[in-house]
Every structure is written in C-alpha cells, then in structure tokens.
Design a protein around this ligand. Structure first.
Ligand SMILES: N[C@@H](CCC(=O)N[C@@H](CS)C(=O)NCC(=O)O)C(=O)O
Length: 210
C-alpha cells in the first residue's frame, strides 16, 4: 500500500503512529506530496486534495486520516488495537475527533493567516481560535481521567494535534487577543502538558520517521 503524505518529523503524524502500533509500517511505501504545491497530484487519488491519502494494494484509494488509521489498525499483527472494540470505543472516538478537530482548526487559522493581516477575515480567525481554546480546555479535563496503561486512537490524536499546535502556533502568530503574542498552551494547561510529555516517550510516538 502507498501512503501520500507530507513528511515532517517536527510533529506527530497519527497515521504513522497507528502503522507502528499495528506492526505494518514495513508494508507501506511512502510518497511525498505537498497539498498546496503547484505540482501536487493528490487530487488524482483524493478529490478533496488532502493528505494523508492511501492507495491500497488492490488499487483502491482511501482518504480521511481517521479512516486510514482505522484501516491500518484493522491489519494489526501485534495483537494490539488502538481502536477499542468494546464499550470504551465511544470515549476513544470522541477524543479522536477532539484532537483531530483541534489539528484542523489550527490548520485553518494558519492557512487564513497566509493572506497577510490586511486581508484577514478576523471573524473567521476568531472562530477558529475559539475552537482551539475550547478543545484544549476539554483535552485538559479529559487528561485528568487518563491512566498510564491507556493508549488508544484518542491519545494518538491528542498528541498529533498538540504537536502540530506547538509547531505552528497560529494563535501566537495572529495574536488576536491580549496575551496571545506569548501564547504557550503548556503554561495555561499544565495537566495536559504533563500527560503530553509522558506520551512522548512511547516508541511509536518518539519515532518520528519522515
Ligand atoms: N484531519 C484531516 C486533516 C487533513 C488535512 O487537512 N490535511 C491538510 C494538510 S496541510 C491538507 O492536505 N490540506 C489541503 C487542503 O485543505 O486543500 C485528516 O486527517 O484527514
């Protein structure tokens, strides 16, 4: 199978973490694609023009990062599943959407900020900023219930979203509200930050590939 993605070891790619947890990393051929580059061909496989996208061994495309994650998990050779199949599934999936949704809001804020301040849609930026803040608040509350044995797709998406926010930090760069120019999420949500620090040592998370 072939994975179209944008390599960047500076943040945590959820699909790569799941592939490692499932023991299927060596079955994947990697293809670098940059969605906003002129020469990208992602749209031939994914009409949405987004990475990650995957071409399965039978030639069928699969897209949506979370769908690719669930597919890779279904191939697991390790006896471990990061998509729980029991009643804990719904909390894990809700947390998956929360972490991934924060990633999306961070991307939206960053892409809008490319226009330059004179062309910004301040109301749009403000809406995306508020989503990031509410997600962090909710993730911090959720982190209070995490135990060191737990590891599922929700944790992977929290780690992916937080690492991306660390890398891009559009809240700081756009600086809409007082205090945003120094925005560091770890200062405001130390409990979430402590959990994040602990998860960074897990081999599938520590090994950033790319
Ligand atoms: N949460 C989504 C994120 C996908 C996503 O937004 N990827 C960005 C990475 S920059 C992209 O390809 N954007 C291109 C576009 O929106 O046209 C997923 O996992 O599928």
């Amino acid at each position: 199978m072939r994975l179209l993605y944008t390599p960047n070891p500076e943040y945590i790619h959820k699909v790569l973490v799941v592939a490692q947890e499932a023991g299927v990393l060596d079955r994947i051929e990697f293809e670098r694609q940059v969605p906003f580059a002129e020469d990208t061909s992602i749209q031939h496989h994914n009409p949405l023009g987004k990475v990650p996208a995957m071409i399965l061994d039978n030639g069928e495309p699969l897209y949506g990062g979370l769908v690719i994650c669930e597919y890779l998990d279904s191939l697991s050779t390790t006896g471990r599943r990061v998509f729980p199949q029991d009643d804990s599934r719904w909390l894990a999936l809700r947390q998956m959407v929360l972490g991934d949704g924060m990633f999306d809001a961070t991307t939206n804020m960053r892409v809008e900020s490319w226009r330059g301040p004179e062309a910004w849609h301040a109301d749009y930026l403000s809406r995306e900023r508020a989503k990031i803040m509410r997600c962090l608040e909710t993730m911090d509350r959720d982190a209070a219930g995490f135990s060191s044995e737990d590891f599922h797709i929700g944790h992977i998406c929290f780690a992916g979203g937080l690492s991306y926010l660390d890398l891009r930090n559009p809240v700081r760069d756009v600086a809409l509200e007082p205090g945003d120019a120094d925005f560091v999420w770890q200062t405001r949500w130390p409990r979430l930050a402590a959990w994040y620090e602990s998860i960074l040592t897990r081999p599938s998370i520590a090994n950033r590939l790319a």
